[in-house]
Design a protein around this ligand. Structure first.
Ligand code: FE2
Ligand code: FE2
Length: 264
């Protein structure tokens, strides 16, 4: 099931609740930016494409959409991508050279409907200007988030996601500080395990640049909407990932246990 909610005036969030056995719940979020040239930020998961389609149509007329900002090409972000492009000929996709490249190995994007925007570059879409940013953590080198000048919201792709053992919340500030930090650090060790090899000083400088954006909201693909006042402690959590205990993935014995439990 994909649910919808209003983040603030002009931004809706669409959320799929994924229950990861033994680890907890993870939201998969996409966002609609309403305006003169409505933008869809990511397109849900492939597995939940039908449910995402229904939820999307409850918050926007698909014929009105003009842009898809594809933060990256993982399976939890490209669910409805081609279907929307086929339905609405006015729709264009913002991605990068390698975003187009990797999609070419699956289902190629129409090159004349793609706009490349690299980190640091801006693109003006009617009544708003979006500035592309590379978030401090990511699981795919194609990743490009952005800052929206109209709402001052920061769209952070997978960065700031949190695994939540007790289930999803509507707003990130519904979580205790401890639950949020544990969920974000755990997610960071899974989704951005390369951070264990990174220079902490480089990570810290990147986090300082992120803090300096001072957004109104931090809108992650894998966390409920967070007011900008939470950014400082969320950056602290990302800063703790490099020295955190590396994630130990379930082994074959764990899989055998899961299968036995399911059979039971
Ligand atoms: Fe990802
Ligand atoms: Fe993701």
């Amino acid at each position: 099931m994909v649910t919808t909610a209003t983040v603030t005036s002009g931004i809706d969030v669409l959320t799929d609740d994924v229950d990861i056995p033994g680890l907890g719940h993870l939201p998969i979020n996409a966002y609609v930016l309403h305006g003169d040239a409505p933008v869809l930020v990511d397109t849900g998961s492939i597995a939940q494409a039908a449910a995402f389609d229904a939820a999307l149509r409850s918050v926007v007329d698909v014929a009105d959409l003009r842009w898809i900002w594809l933060t990256h090409t993982d399976f939890d972000h490209i669910g409805l991508l081609h279907r929307l492009l086929a339905e609405n000929p006015e729709l264009r996709v913002i991605t990068t050279f390698f975003g187009v490249g990797i999609m070419g190995l699956f289902d190629p994007l129409p090159m004349d409907r793609v706009n490349f925007v690299n980190p640091g570059e801006t693109i003006t879409l009617a009544d708003r200007t979006l500035t592309a940013v590379r978030p401090p953590s990511f699981d795919n080198p194609i990743t490009v988030g952005f800052h929206d000048d109209r709402t001052n919201a920061l769209f952070s792709a997978d960065c700031f996601g949190a695994l939540l053992p007790d289930g999803l919340v509507d707003r990130a500030d519904d979580l205790s500080d401890a639950a949020l930090r544990l969920g974000q650090v755990t997610w960071g060790t899974i989704d951005s395990s390369w951070m264990h090899k990174a220079d902490p000083a480089v990570i810290a400088a990147d986090l300082d640049r992120t803090r300096a954006i001072a957004p109104s909201y931090v809108l992650s693909a894998h966390l409920a909407p967070a007011p900008g006042s939470m950014l400082d402690r969320m950056c602290d959590a990302i800063g703790a990932v490099p020295s955190a205990e590396p994630f130990a993935a379930p082994d074959q014995a764990a899989l055998d246990g899961m299968l036995a439990a399911m059979a039971g």
